[in-house]
Design a protein around this ligand. Structure first.
Ligand code: HEM
Length: 151
């Protein structure tokens, strides 16, 4: 064995556990950060902010009742991060850009959405890497949802 070959060729694999399927619950972000309870807290905190927002709140068709919207966003995020697939069983394929077409999602609306989501995510006090991964996704998703640059 040389310096360049630090591991013996016949060394054991790094893990001797049997390979788990990719969807094994313990491997998902959904499971790692606390499952339903955590996602519902995130979304409820987010909607506390939305309820105070003079631009976002009027967009919600059922407002001031936000319970349906809370359930839909919670279910979607749970599904995206590897939790139960209830969202698609009830609503079908997410097609989020299409579903947002009726709403004027301009940069101002996006930044407001992100502002309330950032505040909500902070209340979860996730480990920094989990926080960063969630935020990266939410930030990109919100930028992708913009459908107009009109005021
Ligand atoms: C960027 C600014 C955004 C605005 C202004 C916005 C606004 C809205 C509004 C007004 C609704 C209808 C509420 C309802 O369900 O009754 C809605 C639905 C929804 N939004 Fe957003 N949204 C934004 C970004 C996002 C992002 C980034 C995601 C995902 C990460 C998302 C996920 C959803 C979902 C899952 C629904 C329910 C879709 C359905 O099943 O009907 N939204 N949004």
């Amino acid at each position: 064995m040389t310096e360049l070959e630090p591991e013996p060729r016949n060394s054991l694999p790094l893990s001797t556990r049997p390979a788990a399927p990719m969807s094994a619950p313990r491997d998902t972000m959904w499971e790692q950060i606390g499952g339903r309870e955590t996602f519902e807290k995130l979304v409820r905190e987010f909607y506390v902010g939305v309820a105070t927002d003079e631009v976002l709140l009027p967009m919600y068709p059922e407002q001031p009742d936000l319970e349906g919207a809370i359930q839909r966003l919670t279910g979607f995020l749970e599904q995206y991060w590897g939790g139960p697939t209830t969202y698609s069983e009830e609503r079908g394929h997410p097609r989020l850009r299409l579903r947002h077409q009726p709403f004027k999602v301009n940069p101002d609306a996006r930044d407001r959405w992100l502002h309330h989501m950032r505040a909500a995510l902070t209340t979860l006090e996730l480990p920094p890497l989990h926080d960063a991964e969630m935020w990266d996704y939410l930030d990109r998703a919100a930028h992708a949802m913009v459908n107009t640059f009109e005021d």
